[in-house]
Design a protein around this ligand. Structure first.
Ligand code: ADP
Ligand code: MG
Length: 332
């Protein structure tokens, strides 16, 4: 059997069990970051991500500046997902000899832009030659109040499920790029920038970390159709998602209308959003959502609820009838 048949997550499960015995006070494989206790009150959170040319990006369609920005964004987003503050990062690059120095300078300008924005510091890495493709591996370290860390494993039946931003803009932008459609008007430009220069929800994550009602959290990197499964697996719960309540930006709606795309499918399956997906008790939702809106100029979007049925994801259309699941991103 080859790994395509196994799939990404069965593949990880296959070896992770063999490494499950780890020292006390540490949380390993299974969440957006590993958690390592630092002292009696605080913890380090650590994450690593790999970007490969022609798998995660195409140099013809993303500028080196945006690639620098986006490569760090993916890591900072995993730190945001824990409700932590990013502090340091390490960068490993494998580069073919024909990469232009000007390309590399622009890559680092993009990387510096985001690292300066969040006050995170590059502390090391590794550089090697590659035969053909560019690969970029970034590991990042954040810090958090241990009691406030949000995990994937703590969703409770009865919770409501929310996201911190509109869904599908990034995939909308990618579709425009791949289909070579014009990116001239403001709608198309917004989708393009959401795809090429996503903003990690660090402040949003810290805001939510302070709220005890928020139970589980992760970032949207593969698209909610896939990411929801990660919370279900870790928390051993089920979920019901209301397809019609998925938040879609007016820019996505207008671009979808123009090209006849299904905006709901795009919102459900679109990855690289880097907003946060969370479950929380509904008790104080109104108050918390109002505070969130005052601070971040958009509401917390409620998209469904957590149910006790173990690992069963049901997609519901308005009116309550169940509908088919949208396709999820697959690595293999
Ligand atoms: P994310 O999308 O937030 O980076 P994933 O859901 O893809 O995380 O990964 C699930 C978990 O599996 C994470 O805890 C990650 O650290 C772990 N993981 C993925 N690949 C490997 C690997 N090759 N070795 C060890 N752990 C891995
Ligand atoms: Mg993640």
């Amino acid at each position: 059997m080859n790994i395509k048949k196994l799939g990404e997550f069965a593949l990880i499960n296959r070896f992770s069990k063999k490494f499950a015995k780890i020292p006390k006070g540490i949380t390993g494989i299974g969440d957006d970051c590993a958690i390592i206790s630092k002292d009696s009150k605080t913890s380090w959170v650590v994450t690593t991500d790999l970007l490969i040319e022609d798998v995660h990006f195409i140099t013809k369609t993303i500028s080196p500046f945006d690639l620098g920005y986006k490569s760090l964004s993916a890591n900072l987003s995993d730190i945001a997902a824990m409700g932590a503050t990013p502090k340091y990062f390490f960068l490993s690059m494998s580069l073919p000899s024909n990469v232009k120095v000007s390309w590399l300078d622009d890559y680092f300008r993009g990387l510096k832009k985001l690292s300066d924005k969040h006050n995170v510091f590059l502390l090391g890495g590794d550089t090697t030659k590659s035969k053909k493709r560019i690969s970029i591996g970034i590991s990042a370290i954040g810090e958090a109040d241990t009691k406030k860390i949000k995990k994937r494993s703590t969703a409770k039946a009865g919770d409501i499920i929310c996201v911190t931003d509109y869904l599908g803009d990034s995939l909308g932008g990618l579709n425009l790029i791949l289909k070579k459609l014009p990116i001239r008007n403001s709608d198309a430009k917004r989708l393009y920038s959401r795809h090429c220069r996503p903003e990690p929800n660090i402040k949003e994550g810290r805001f939510l970390a302070d709220i005890d009602d928020v139970h589980a959290m992760m970032d949207v990197s593969d698209g909610i159709a896939s990411d929801l499964n990660r919370i279900m697996e870790q928390s051993k719960v089920g979920m019901e998602i209301d397809m019609d309540s998925l938040p879609k930006s007016k820019e996505l709606m207008s671009v979808c209308k123009k090209y006849g795309w299904n905006s709901t499918k795009i919102a459900a399956s679109g990855g690289e959003e880097y907003c946060l997906l969370l479950t929380m008790s509904g008790r104080n939702f109104k108050r918390i959502s109002t505070q969130f809106k005052r601070k971040f100029k958009r509401p917390l979007f409620k998209i469904g609820k957590v149910v006790s049925a173990n690992r069963k994801l049901v997609w519901i259309k308005s009116g309550g009838s169940a509908t088919g699941a949208p396709s999820a991103f697959k690595h293999f």
